[in-house]
Design a protein around this ligand. Structure first.
Ligand code: ZN
Length: 85
């Protein structure tokens, strides 16, 4: 995927996920990938190729409720791409 496309996706996500939800999830997981348990790095959110890069993503389609704590998870980029792309 082109870098530009990735960045656009990342910025769209910024609007979708209120920062409160992201921080709460991060606290809940202790900064680890919710799929494989890998330790993530807060400042490397969405930074492909960086150590501990991660993304927040929906577990199920949030059409009715929007993104809430119970239907989002924090994943390392590898798991994120394996499950969503
Ligand atoms: Zn993972």
């Amino acid at each position: 995927m082109l870098k530009l496309e990735l960045e656009r996706t990342f910025h769209d996500e910024e609007k979708l996920f209120p920062s409160g939800i992201i921080e709460e999830l991060w606290d809940k997981t202790g900064g680890k990938c919710m799929i494989c348990g890998k330790t993530l790095v807060w400042k490397n959110r969405g930074k492909r190729g960086s150590k501990g890069a991660w993304k927040i993503g929906p577990i199920c389609n949030p059409i009715s409720k929007g993104y809430v704590l119970s239907n989002c998870e924090i994943d390392c980029l590898k798991c994120y791409e394996q499950t969503r792309l």
